[in-house]
Write a protein that binds this ligand. Structure first.
Ligand SMILES: Nc1nc2c(ncn2[C@@H]2O[C@H](COP(=O)(O)OP(=O)(O)OP(=O)(O)O)[C@@H](O)[C@H]2O)c(=O)[nH]1
Length: 218
């Protein structure tokens, strides 16, 4: 069984006064779009956010079919990696997808591929740059520019939560820090391009990006 952790505990400062997680993108809250896209490939959803966001997010997800749990930040504003840790602690799947709430175009085929690369069900390509051998603790996309997409990736929830704890204990809040303690498939852009296109990684930070995305959907 697979889980999804949607991280939503940020302050959306570039977006403006509104919480981008629940901002309606062409009529549908962004977090609902993320949950709906993940629905075909996971068995449960964990939402990581602050307590003060919960009611609005519950409203955005009303009627959602999967079991949905909230992993509230006991301490807020500790950064996305702490949010991932809190969400992973609550996830019960063998693997969990971690996806940011501001990626409304996340492609279930991309997530499914990452699950299969992590478990080893899909063989690594001959030129794979993986850290370790399958089955891995995770599968992390690495785009052409070398950027690791840690907020649209797959992890073993316990291993990832432990690795986040270890990084936070050594005072390292960087989003890449937990990878030091994990084995993971490094999934290249070329690999992903066979199953999806890069809009899966599009993330919305500003109102201008939001309006541009809405215009494409309408
Ligand atoms: N739990 C938790 N999640 C966070 C935190 N900071 C960011 N996130 C989440 O991490 C993801 C990526 O972060 P950003 O795109 O920078 O979002 P943000 O921090 O809300 O936005 P800005 O304030 O504009 O940087 C989003 O899904 C956020 O909700 C945090 O301190 N705690």
């Amino acid at each position: 069984m697979h889980s999804a952790v949607i991280i939503a505990g940020g302050r959306s400062t570039r977006f403006g006064d509104e919480d981008k997680a629940t901002a309606p993108l062409a009529g549908t809250p962004m977090i609902r779009r993320v949950a709906d896209r993940l629905e075909p490939v996971v068995d449960e959803v964990v939402v990581n956010c602050r307590d003060d966001q919960r009611a609005a997010i519950e409203d955005a997800l009303s009627g959602y079919e999967q079991p949905t749990n909230f992993a509230l930040d006991p301490e807020t504003d500790q950064g996305p990696m702490a949010g991932i840790r809190n969400g992973c602690r609550a996830a019960t799947g063998e693997y969990t997808a971690v996806v940011a709430c501001d990626m409304p175009f996340v492609d279930p085929d991309a997530i499914s591929y990452l699950f299969d690369r992590a478990s080893g069900e899909i063989e690594p390509p001959a030129d794979a740059d993986d850290e370790g051998t399958p089955p891995f603790d995770g599968a992390v996309p690495r785009l052409g520019d070398g950027w690791y997409q840690t907020t649209q990736a797959v992890y073993r929830p316990d291993a990832m939560a432990d690795a986040c704890d270890a990084a936070l204990e050594r005072g390292d809040r960087k989003i890449l820090a937990p990878l030091e303690d994990l084995t993971y498939a490094v999934v290249s852009e070329a690999e992903l391009e066979a199953v999806t296109d890069l809009t899966t990684f599009e993330n919305i930070n500003t109102k201008a990006e939001f309006d541009e995305a809405a215009a494409r959907l309408e």
